[in-house]
Design a protein around this ligand. Structure first.
Ligand code: ADP
Ligand code: ZN
Ligand code: ZN
Length: 733
């Protein structure tokens, strides 16, 4: 008997090994176990994907020549039935080696061969001394807050992460004085009883009932405006799952997964909610994965890669904000977590619910053609009203820090009335460009620019530093113009940092918070900032990080500046992305009792995208956009794959793509091949980049041609000097 082992190497086949010396003859039940094997001069961790008869005629290998695996790493399979089968599907669909797909799916420690970790959970409780002295701790201090939280019972560390971000230093301080101690908890201890949610309105009830009435695999689109109570629908369905003894998996966008979300889930459901996201360390990720595999994790809320968690007792998969771009992995195995969620739900024979106020055109197409059942929540829940939108013409007007005088006045009126204002500007940094007023020189990134296309460096740190947002290169701002030596270097345009400066001068009496990727890099940073803002009147300046998922009840005015860049992008998805962003940002306003307003300041007030969106809403826009896509043969009506190559010299990249194009065959009515074309960023971090675009009216034709051609491509002479990749269903062309 031989083991067929998938290894994390860029070769499509599984590799044959004899079982580790002295271990029993392999059987079918060994499929899914990891083992350590010799591979060339190295040792690798692989997963058994099949057990084959030694005399198997189809691919007989002289079994005496087989190398032995070194050792088994698991007693029982790590990747079982459905998950392994779904990963096989993903490998076929992305045209990637199964071993690399498996490596992507597994948490780092398990991929490296570490044992499946223990899932015992730890918590904190007050000591007897702590109980006695609790009331003497200073009111409002962090240690006091923690001691109060522990007063009744021990509390799970994961729950503390959610409910009391930054609790660890308080715990250390209590422990030093013998007031609190860390203890191992029995499973399911220390979770507060579930809190009841609001009574569902009629639309929510109908949606919940439709999913409850479904049988086996059933895909749903929950199409509900922002603030319509989609999350309440999820919570009810998850509660039902828990009652039936099933697990629920909820995918959320990267920036939507906040302690606020997790806190709401665990408070309402009365079970620990397991979070899976990139902010966890390797140990935490492996533990949560193990808790899923053992069935201990009943509710998992996670970002993109959470779609790989094992679900031995599956009940429901939810994909919140299904249109969000963060569900698509942009390097390595380029999978789409939403699409893979549908594949898994089908294999698991369970319902899958895609929720959004601004569904992707792909999902709308599936709903329109009857593949998904649409459930609608057309109104805001409770008593909240939809925000009113005003377009403000900025043409030929004098701007202060990018803002019109009437916009500034409206901000003043709003904060004077006790409200909060969000100023949305999708550009981080101080200014997008540094320009010499004397000679016209501007700072651009040497590693990313080409002669045809200059990539500007963004001005940061109040003007002291230049930074490339594409490759991360940084340098101090030059004291004088490198070309003419003049001293007239001036930051051009407005980024969030500069807005903060300008608004800080105008509204010196009001707290101002800037929330973008630069200020929220650290874990919990966003939650802490939102906590600090609380309910006081104030101004938030934010990029798209603030566009979704956060409930700010006092937010009554949203000011949108600088969408104009997005109106004229070449990317065929740019319109869809901009429309989604605008609706999501606008949806932050007036989510509670106070009505909300959106002020959209633009130099293109008559642009069809804006007028359609404002007069007809997102669905009117989507209908128009769908027609355009159909005419152009773009998704969801055509199917795309992108082959990209990068090399030190542009000719090397192009020669490789020419050869690949030849291997793919002729363009015909079933498959069109365009290129080699320059990539949208023709140079990045010192590499030249080019691409081939494949498009086909029928998905199967695209995959058939790729299946035929791809095995030959690694062997091409031209492949040696390039890095190349294939992206099926690319989102950025
Ligand atoms: P969405 O996920 O669609 O943006 P949420 O589920 O977050 O909406 O709900 C928005 C707000 O409305 C929340 O504050 C929520 O508590 C409240 N809400 C939801 N459903 C109801 C309901 N049936 N009655 C009253 N308030 C509700
Ligand atoms: Zn100059
Ligand atoms: Zn750069």
């Amino acid at each position: 008997m031989r083991l067929k082992v998938a290894l994390p190497v860029p070769l499509p086949q599984a590799f044959d090994y004899a079982p580790p010396p002295g271990t029993p003859t392999p059987v079918a039940a060994d499929v899914g176990r990891r083992l350590r094997v010799p591979f060339g001069p190295r040792d690798l961790v692989g997963v058994v994907v099949a057990v084959a008869d030694a005399a198997d005629a189809a691919d007989a290998v002289d079994s005496s020549a087989l190398r032995h695996a070194h050792a088994w790493l698991d007693q029982t399979p790590l990747l079982q039935g459905e998950l392994l089968a779904s990963l096989r599907w993903l490998a076929r669909y992305t045209h990637a080696p199964l071993g690399e797909v498996i490596a992507t799916a597994l948490p780092t420690l398990l991929r490296q061969g570490e044992p499946l970790p223990s899932t015992a959970s730890w918590g904190w409780r007050l000591t007897e001394l702590g109980q006695q002295q609790r009331s003497r701790l200073r009111e409002g201090s962090k240690p006091r807050q923690l001691a109060d939280a522990l007063q009744a019972d021990a509390v799970d560390e994961e729950l503390l992460d959610v409910l009391h971000p930054g609790w660890r230093s308080a715990a250390r301080s209590l422990a030093k004085r013998d007031l609190a101690e860390r203890i191992e908890l029995a499973a399911d201890a220390s979770v507060p009883a579930p809190q009841p949610g609001p009574a569902l309105n009629e639309d929510q009830r109908r949606a919940v009932d439709a999913v409850l009435a479904s049988d086996g695999f059933s895909p749903f689109l929950l199409d509900g405006v922002t603030g319509s109570g989609k999350t309440e629908v999820y919570l009810q369905l998850i509660a039902d799952c828990l009652q039936r003894g099933k697990q629920a998996l909820v995918l959320v966008p990267e920036i939507g997964l906040t302690p606020q979300t997790l806190g709401r889930f665990s408070a309402r459901l009365g079970v620990p909610v397991h979070a899976l996201h990139s902010g966890l360390n390797d140990g935490e990720r492996a533990r949560t994965w193990a808790a899923c595999l053992r069935g201990e994790a009943r509710v998992v809320v996670g970002t993109r890669s959470a779609i790989f968690c094992p679900l031995p007792e599956p009940g429901l998969i939810v994909v919140d904000e299904e249109h969000d771009g963060s569900y698509k992995q942009q390097d390595g195995i380029r999978y789409h977590a939403r699409d893979f969620a549908l594949v898994r739900a089908k294999a698991l024979d369970i319902p899958v619910l895609l929720g959004s106020a601004t569904p992707s055109l792909e999902t709308l197409h599936n709903a329109d053609s009857g593949r998904y059942l649409t459930l609608r929540l057309p109104q805001r829940a409770g008593n909240a009203q939809p925000p009113s939108v005003r377009v403000i013409d900025a043409r030929k007007r004098l701007l202060e820090g990018g803002l019109l005088p009437e916009t500034l006045q409206q901000i003043r009126r709003t904060v004077d009335a006790g409200g909060q204002v969000l100023v949305f500007k999708n550009r981080r940094g101080y200014a997008p460009v540094l320009l010499c007023h004397d000679c016209g020189w501007s700072a651009h990134c040497k590693r990313c620019s080409t002669e045809q296309q200059l990539t500007p460096m963004t001005v940061h740190a109040g003007g002291r530093r230049l930074q490339c947002h594409h490759c991360g290169a940084r340098q101090p701002t030059p004291p004088a113009c490198p070309d003419c030596g003049g001293l007239a270097l001036q930051p051009q345009g407005i980024g969030t940092e500069r807005l903060e400066e300008v608004l800080g001068e105008k509204f010196s009496d009001i707290p101002i918070f800037r929330i973008d990727r630069s200020t929220t890099q650290r874990r919990d940073a966003l939650a802490k900032q939102l906590q600090a803002i609380g309910d006081q009147p104030g101004i938030l300046i934010g990029t798209q990080i603030l566009a979704k998922g956060h409930d700010l009840p006092q937010l009554t005015l949203v000011v949108v500046v600088g969408v104009d860049e997005g109106l004229f992008s070449a990317d065929f998805r740019a319109g869809e992305k901009l429309a989604q962003l605008l609706i999501q940002v606008a949806g932050r306003a007036g989510r509670a009792l106070k009505p909300g307003q959106v002020w959209l300041q633009t130099h293109h007030p008559d642009h069809p995208l804006l007028t359609t969106l404002i007069n007809g809403g997102y669905h009117a826009f989507a209908r128009q956009e769908k027609q355009q896509r159909e005419l152009a043969g773009f998704p969801p009506f055509g199917h795309l794959a992108l082959m990209r190559a990068e090399a030190k010299h542009i000719d090397t990249a192009r020669e490789f793509l020419q050869a690949a194009r030849h291997a793919l065959g002729q363009s015909d009515t079933t498959l069109e091949i365009q290129g080699p074309l320059p990539a949208p960023m023709p140079r990045r971090a010192g590499f030249h980049r080019a691409q081939l675009l494949l498009s086909a009216p029928q998905r199967r034709d695209l995959h058939r041609r790729l299946d035929e051609a791809l095995p030959r491509i690694p062997a091409l002479l031209e492949a040696r000097k390039v890095r190349w990749s294939l992206d099926v269903d690319p989102v950025d062309l």
